[in-house]
Design a protein around this ligand. Structure first.
Ligand code: HEM
Length: 414
């Protein structure tokens, strides 16, 4: 039986649970599997993506996109309003990819592209801005539009309701690839890494919500049970990521030059440098941080908070409702949790710390590559043409390792 304290000084999690309700099955992945085919004139946008692959790896895609866009109906944007919400999401994803390919033109990326604001074809830019605004997103590709809306699975029909647990390595592939050959295989693996990490993130979210609820109900058994589930879920996220970020799977030499630059956005919008698809937008780690009460105090913590602007509104709403409960689970563990809860809380903190150290070390190796100079487009916190600063990256990641480490419990559980 739960032990109920009559007058809890903290507000209950009703708002948090209500914000989480629509996201419970799939976390930050779309609630229905991405729609892969679009009706009427919109089909031309998705088929254009794969048709650009050869030019993206050679002379550049801009003339091809300009030519294709000149043949689109004049009222294309107006017609988009009649699509279903899932179709609009699919169209937004396709438009984001096309804008992105136009923005970079070709890989390896030419240094001139970094500070150039391209003159996008009006039909494409108008459609993209309209759909982005309607979805409550800034006008740039993000994790949601470039990756989470761009997969298919042999076990989930397009447009169907599904559970995140259905997705596993082996049944998820990129839906619309813009690269071919080895570069295409690498792009596919990179998309899979994020989709599968976020699929495992759904279990982090549910365990985290259960922990918050148990904290409020003063339920010792439920708290320990939720922390155990959280522990497994965090490990599953780390495992999923680490299986892909091995040098013989996602290759450092190809990733730096052919894959990674296809995700930074880096154009300014009203003075703000737009991020692009960044790891900062991963829900899985944000859920774990919020449950464990990891402070967002260092520069990377601040970047994580700022990156919420790139999430769809329902995801932003969940995180902002969770902010009100940031310290609840830790406070419960310290105040009345049993030794099992304390051990499991400590194990979760340790796992997040270890994942962050491994992300720092692997990330540094990927950025360093063979040490030869090359041009790459980083996202989020760093955006520059040139060899990325290995040490600056490490220092930044260490600030988040420190934020995480600060949640370690002392020998007396405090
Ligand atoms: C292996 C090559 C990788 C490199 C070089 C790398 C690089 C970076 C960089 C530079 C940042 C700072 C934010 C930014 O500027 O975008 C970052 C943050 C982050 N990345 Fe990665 N990343 C890599 C792989 C991944 C993967 C595969 C994932 C997850 C699927 C991931 C998840 C994250 C998360 C969650 C953050 C936010 C910081 C944190 O919560 O500790 N990264 N990464």
């Amino acid at each position: 039986m739960p032990h109920v304290t009559p007058a809890s000084p903290r507000p209950g999690p009703a708002r948090l649970l209500a914000a989480a309700a629509p996201l419970r099955r799939t976390g930050f992945l779309p609630s229905r599997a991405p729609v892969l085919t679009l009706p009427g004139p919109f089909a031309a946008l998705t088929s254009l993506i794969s048709a650009l692959a050869a030019a993206y790896g050679a002379g550049g895609v801009r003339p091809l996109i300009r030519e294709a866009a000149s043949g689109w109906p004049a009222d294309l944007t107006r017609q988009a309003d009649a699509l279903t919400p899932d179709e609009q999401d699919a169209l937004l994803s396709a438009a984001a990819i096309l804008m992105h390919l136009y923005r970079w033109d070709a890989v390896p990326v030419h240094p001139d592209r970094f500070h150039e604001v391209p003159d996008f074809p009006h039909a494409l830019e108008g459609l993209f801005r309209h759909l982005s605004a309607a979805r409550g997103l800034p006008p740039c590709g993000g994790l949601y539009t470039l990756k989470y809306l761009n997969w298919r699975s042999s076990d989930v029909a397009p447009g169907a309701v599904y559970d995140a647990a259905t997705l596993h390595a082996g049944n998820v592939r990129i839906a619309h690839s813009w690269q071919s050959g080895e570069a295409g295989e690498q792009l596919d693996l990179w998309i899979q890494t994020f989709v599968l990490a976020e699929a495992r993130g759904q279990a982090v979210m549910v365990a985290g919500l259960d922990a918050v609820q148990a904290a409020h109900e003063h339920d010792r058994d439920a708290l320990a049970g939720a922390l155990e589930a959280l522990h497994h879920a965090i490990r599953a996220v780390a495992r999923e990521i680490n299986v892909f970020t091995r040098f013989h799977v996602i290759r450092t030499d190809l990733w730096r030059v052919l894959t990674q630059p296809t995700f930074g956005w880096g154009l300014t919008e009203r003075g703000t440098l737009l991020e692009g698809a960044s790891g900062l937008q991963l829900g899985a780690t944000q859920f774990a941080d919020l449950t464990l009460g990891v402070p967002f105090s260092g520069p990377l913590g601040a970047a994580l908070l700022a990156s919420r602007a790139y999430l769809p509104p329902e995801q932003r709403a969940l995180l902002s409702a969770w902010d009100a409960h940031h310290g609840d689970v830790r406070a419960a563990v310290q105040a009345w949790g049993d030794s099992r809860a304390r051990d499991l809380y400590g194990a979760c903190v340790q796992n997040m710390e270890r994942w962050r150290v491994s992300h720092r070390e692997r990330g540094a190796a990927y950025l360093r590559g063979d040490g030869r100079s090359h041009v790459m487009a980083s996202t989020g916190t760093q955006f520059e043409a040139g060899v990325p600063h290995d040490q600056a990256f490490r220092d930044l990641m260490t600030t988040r390792v420190d934020d995480t480490r600060s949640r370690r419990l002392g020998p007396d559980g405090d």
